[in-house]
Design a protein around this ligand. Structure first.
Ligand code: NAP
Ligand code: MG
Length: 401
């Protein structure tokens, strides 16, 4: 059998723990037998981030600017426990945070809907896609531990030598903590445009929410920019397409989402999107069934699974125990990247292969063969719970057929 040829390589960002194991299996069993895979490989595993002083993460993002399409494995974001576990010299920042800061853009997350995995929320009939702003806020913050009484201020020093502006954050009379965050008008505007464009291209309504009543300057700026861009650039196109833009407060949005039927895009600020996408993916069935793509305003795409490195399963794997880790979202990260590469390079066979691999994955589950997370919640009768490798081999079997 001749393999499908590629033109431009994908940027391949390898990662950590159980997802690193799955990553290799997907390449070996589901892709390389069919595609003459070309990638530029970056090892974002924590050991190599430590060895390179995290330069590899920056390099992989720069490569994405050059090549256009990346596929990323889940990676560990170090915390105090990981400092000891991996003997780190530095608590390296979240690779996703670093990559998003370099590429800018918006993350779209949509659940993979299959027959037999029903949402926990009875009223949900259609998928809910989260559009997560991927720049700034708490992910690019500066934090201070305040050890003793003293004053914390925000200071703006104009580059043109104009007058300094100061605002008191807090007069501390005791120890505490403080945080500085920022965002950029241009980034918020591209977030708004990306969200409106995605709504048009998928013919779905779009919601946006923030806490503008409390955050009268910061969050309010988001609300204003969305409204200005909508009124100036999208109002008529939305009317023609029969879709709507709806703004409300974030807590009201959360309540309405639960009562909704689904079938819309929910644009979220960075932190809201982080939290709400985990809530939605679990409510739609499993965290392992959520796809994720970072779309930058410059036309770069980075595909990944929405879940983490599945640490608990990895320790079982290391202990020689059998695991049943769901590889679906990681498979869809690869198909998303291959399809986009195929579209950009005008390789219809590569696009068709991506479609076939997705169909084989869905058909495997709908035939009752699935990993433990899905077997525990499926409405199909007598599902077969497969281990990590056997699920991937079952998909491979369908793909061969
Ligand atoms: P996680 O890896 O997403 O896993 C949380 C739990 O969700 C798992 O213990 C498992 O539940 C279930 N789960 C998630 N993915 C699954 C899959 N594919 N198949 C089956 N079950 C799955 O989150 P975490 O344990 O909080 O974080 C682990 C590491 O991942 C951390 O170091 C974190 O920094 C990193 N992380 C990375 C990313 C990223 O790179 N995008 C995102 C989030 C977290 P059971 O244990 O009950 O089976
Ligand atoms: Mg999250």
């Amino acid at each position: 059998m001749t393999k499908i040829a590629m033109k431009t390589p994908l940027v391949e960002m390898d990662g950590d723990e159980m997802t690193r194991i799955i990553w290799q299996m997907i390449k070996d069993e589901l892709i390389c037998p069919f595609v003459d895979l070309k990638t530029e490989y970056y090892d974002l595993g924590l050991e190599n981030r430590e060895a390179t002083g995290d330069q590899v993460t920056v390099d992989s993002a720069e490569a994405t600017k050059r090549l256009g399409v990346a596929v990323k494995c889940a990676t560990i974001t170090p915390n105090a426990a990981r400092m000891d576990e991996y003997h780190l010299s530095n608590m390296w920042k979240s690779p996703n945070g670093t990559i998003r800061a370099i590429l800018d853009g918006t993350v779209f997350r949509a659940p993979i809907v299959v027959k037999g995995i029903e949402p926990y929320v009875r009223t949900w009939k259609k998928p809910i896609t989260i559009a997560r702003h991927a720049y700034g806020d708490v992910y690019k913050n500066t934090e201070l531990r305040i050890p003793a009484p003293g004053k914390v201020e925000l200071v703006y020093t104009p580059a043109d030598g104009g007058e300094e502006v100061r605002a008191t954050v807090q007069e501390f009379d005791q120890p505490g903590i403080a945080q500085g965050i920022h965002n950029l008008d241009a980034s918020i505007a591209s977030f708004a445009r990306a969200s409106f464009e995605y709504a048009l291209s998928t013919s779905q309504d779009i919601w946006f929410a923030s806490k503008d009543t409390i955050s009268k300057t910061y969050d309010h700026r988001f609300k204003d920019i969305f409204q200005e861009i909508f009124d100036q650039e999208y109002k008529e196109r939305f009317e023609k397409a029969g879709i709507t833009y709806f703004y409300t407060l974030i807590d009201d949005a959360v309540a309405r989402v639960i009562r909704s039927e689904g079938g819309f895009i929910w644009a979220c600020k960075n932190y809201d999107g982080d939290v709400m996408s985990d809530m939605l993916s679990t409510a739609f069935g499993s965290l392992a069934m959520m796809t994720s793509v970072l779309v930058s305003p410059h036309g770069y795409f980075e595909y990944e699974a929405a879940h983490g490195t599945v640490q608990r399963h990895y320790y079982k794997h290391l202990a020689g125990e059998e695991t049943s880790t769901n590889s679906v979202a990681t498979i869809f990260a690869w198909t998303g990247a291959l399809r986009k590469r195929g579209e950009l390079d005008e390789l219809p066979e590569l696009v068709a292969f991506a479609d076939r691999l997705e169909q084989a994955t869905i058909a495997t589950i709908e035939a009752g063969k699935m990993t433990g997370d899905l077997a525990a919640i499926t409405t199909l009768e007598n599902p077969t719970k497969l281990n990590t490798r056997d699920f991937i081999m079952a998909v491979a079997g369908r793909l061969q057929a």
